[in-house]
Ligand binder design. Structure first.
Ligand SMILES: *Cc1c(COP(=O)(O)O)cnc(C)c1O
Length: 396
């Protein structure tokens, strides 16, 4: 019995909550959109958001910026990456990650992933132990956390600073500790397709006051760092204010105003994503042709997207699955394309990165599919979508 075609949109997000729209209207009426344009005694939306996010994240400091990619670039520079320096990172990630490394003059050194889409820690340890890189930018790609305790221990043993790209793990935890809190810094995105939506935007969090002071000056603080909501004591700015270049990446009051009410709903939304994820996952697991990555006990994830592999088959079979799903109204992304498509990309498409042999990652990406789960889908929608994919897989 064939299921009906799915008619929903995979790129339709929920509306911005009413209280966020009201807050945005107040900012617009005030005319004070720049984060440092404050009335006497006013804290400002951006500073208030930084305080709220630092508290929610459980980090000492938070800096709000224009994008996740900018958060990463600033973090790498503030961590001391200079032109020509090697930076370790996952071979499986999205373009803003190697792009940020390249933007600060760094040289990406790619690390393999395993069949559950987590960083391959044996490969990481091998590459960390050469001493070539002083920074590891781990990208928790599609929300799959590796063993964070082992990752942090390897970094410590080799004197490597750990920066986490948490674009897909805002709200996720490993052994109870929030993603972003395992190393020097956490980088977050509030771009439309992430866990909070301000169109564009991002955060950098850290417990290191000197690091965050350098980052704050770089973000373009015009020496107004005392107007930040979750920054370090003024004394930490003595040197950075003369040494750090301004890269103008400030968040504005309008975006901050729409993010604060969304932060208040984030825990609820994580629950809602995970219900949707579970519904698709159950349906996919019923298909003998498909494999869904395992999730370790220590991991609390945010199921805002789902990934799965075809157990067998070549390029033609993968393309056929994409097309059978499209016929059923289900938009799948496939990571095996030879050329970059939309948000998916492969390390082979980053021609500015020195080519590196990644046989394990390539073999996994060759049959890997990806699908977003916007909260505009109901749990029933997700059951239907999962069923349609399983049906298409059996029809191959
Ligand atoms: C979206 C994303 C980023 C950066 O986010 P922007 O805010 O779009 O710059 C970084 N890493 C990954 C894996 C992402 O998906």
């Amino acid at each position: 019995m064939a299921l009906p075609r799915f008619e929903g949109s995979f790129t339709q997000q929920e509306a911005i909550p009413d209280e966020a729209i009201a807050a945005a209207t107040r900012v617009l009426q005030s005319g004070r959109l720049h984060r440092y344009n404050l009335a006497p005694g006013e804290v400002g939306e951006v500073a208030a958001l930084e305080r709220d996010y630092a508290d929610w994240q459980g980090a000492d400091y938070c800096l709000a910026v224009t994008s996740g990619g900018q958060a990463i670039q600033i973090a790498l520079r503030a961590a001391g990456v200079s032109p020509g320096d090697a930076v370790l990172t996952n071979a499986f990630t999205l373009a803003p990650v190697p792009g940020a490394i390249h933007a600060v003059g760094g040289k990406p050194v790619l690390v393999e992933i395993d069949e559950n889409l987590r960083l391959d820690l044996d490969d990481f340890e091998r590459k960390a132990s050469t001493g070539a890189a002083k920074v590891m930018l781990v990208s928790h790609m599609r929300g799959h956390l590796c063993d964070m305790e082992r990752l942090a221990a390897i970094c410590q043993a080799h004197n490597i600073q750990l920066v986490e790209d948490c674009a897909h793990t805002m709200g996720a935890r490993w052994a109870g500790k929030r993603s972003g809190n395992f190393g020097l810094a956490g980088c977050f995105s509030t771009q439309t397709y992430k866990h909070m939506n301000s169109g564009e935007g991002g955060f950098l969090t850290s417990d290191d006051p000197d690091f965050i002071a350098r980052a704050t000056i770089m973000s373009g603080s015009y020496m107004l760092f005392e107007r930040h909501g979750a920054g370090p004591d003024i004394g930490h700015f003595d040197r950075p204010r003369f040494e750090q270049p301004n890269t103008s990446a400030r968040m504005d009051a309008l975006r901050a105003a729409i993010l604060r009410p969304q932060l208040a709903r984030l825990e609820d939304n994580i629950e809602r994503w995970n219900q949707r994820y579970a519904a698709v996952e159950d349906a996919l697991r019923a298909s003998p042709s498909l494999r869904v990555p395992s999730r370790p006990n220590q991991e609390s994830y945010v199921g805002s997207s789902i990934q799965f592999n075809l157990r067998e088959g070549d390029e033609a079979r993968c393309l056929r699955l994409v097309s059978l799903c499209a016929d059923r109204g289900v938009e799948l992304k496939w990571f095996g394309h030879r050329e970059p498509h939309g948000f998916t990309s492969s390390h082979r498409s980053w021609h500015y990165v020195t080519p590196q042999e990644m046989p394990k990652t390539d073999a996994i990406l060759a049959r890997l599919f990806d699908m977003r789960l916007p909260l505009t889908f109901s749990v029933e929608d997700c059951q239907q979508i999962g069923g349609l994919i399983a049906e298409a897989a059996e029809a191959l």
